[in-house]
Design a protein around this ligand. Structure first.
Ligand SMILES: [Zn+2]
Length: 287
């Protein structure tokens, strides 16, 4: 009897050992096997996406830019409208003035950010070039393409253009021009469909302005449109509540000041550059 028990015991040990050997690979399956795809692949894909965004060559960005933390003094976001001489209206900045300002920014070694880089810096604390700046244009004037873009390009800069989608056409920038600006590394975002006062229109109208302008830009230009510039800086809590649900992550006002880390990304300040501003006054914005 004892002998038989001994044989059973040995048989049991051998059996367990064989089972363990057989199932061992399942206990720590190799990466990428069917066993762990569900848990590990999405983060890997996200990482890959982030990596490819980071190393994606920007035709405009200089190759040897030193990256640093979000500047304590804030990031200046410049606001322009038309780059032309409009008698009696300082929303128009004469071409010569604009050229002088861009030349000075270049001499001071400022680096323009794309909207995406700006968002990543502000919200995810991603590093930025040492002297970062965002240059924005409201309304989509033709002269932004004809006059401002060549000057920006010449200085190695890119910009963000806020477009009123129902106004795209021969009187303002065309879809072809906006496509070219996009292809050259500029950012295009929404300035609504019809430029209404967002603080007084109905919820239904508000949603339409936000949804359809975004769709129109995305359909024509590709990519995701996630920034909104409030027409005449008019918005209310309803606007701010609706934005995230409709896919907007950034909102730009005309409230004066720089953007600091921790600022509400939906109510960002900008620095208005009026026509007739002296170069000295312009330079003072950066002190
Ligand atoms: Zn506007």
């Amino acid at each position: 009897m004892n002998h038989k028990r001994y044989i059973y015991a040995i048989g049991l040990i051998i059996g367990i050992s064989l089972l363990t050997l057989f199932f061992h690979p399942l206990l720590s399956p190799p990466k990428g096997s069917w066993f762990n795809t569900a848990s590990s692949e999405p983060p890997q894909e996200q990482l890959k996406e982030q990596e490819s965004q980071n190393i994606e060559p920007n035709p405009i960005k200089p190759t040897s830019v030193k990256l640093s933390a979000f500047p304590a003094e804030g990031i200046p976001v410049l606001m322009y409208h038309s780059i032309s001489t409009i008698p009696g209206n300082n929303l128009g900045v004469p071409v010569e003035q604009f050229a002088e300002e861009m030349k000075w920014l270049k001499s001071q070694e400022y680096t323009t950010l794309s909207l995406e880089d700006f968002y990543q810096a502000l919200v995810n604390n991603k590093p930025v070039p040492e002297k970062p700046i965002l240059i924005t244009f409201d309304d989509g004037y033709s002269d932004n393409y004809q006059s401002a873009w060549p000057i920006l390009h010449e200085n190695g800069f890119s910009a963000t253009f806020f477009i009123i989608t129902n106004s795209v056409g021969p009187d303002m920038m065309t879809w072809e021009q906006l496509t070219e600006l996009t292809n050259q590394g500029n950012s295009i975002a929404s300035h609504t469909q019809t430029h209404p006062d967002l603080s007084i229109i109905s919820s239904q109208q508000l949603e339409k302005e936000l949804v359809l302008s975004k769709k129109d830009l995305e359909n024509h230009l590709g990519g995701n449109v996630e920034a909104l510039c409030f027409p005449s800086s008019r918005y209310n809590t309803k606007t701010l509540e609706m934005m995230p649900r409709l896919g907007y992550k950034l909102g730009f006002t005309t409230n004066p000041g720089r953007v600091h880390l921790g600022d509400n990304p939906l109510t960002l300040k900008r620095i208005r550059i009026p026509g007739g501003m002296s170069l000295t006054s312009f330079q003072q914005q950066f002190k």
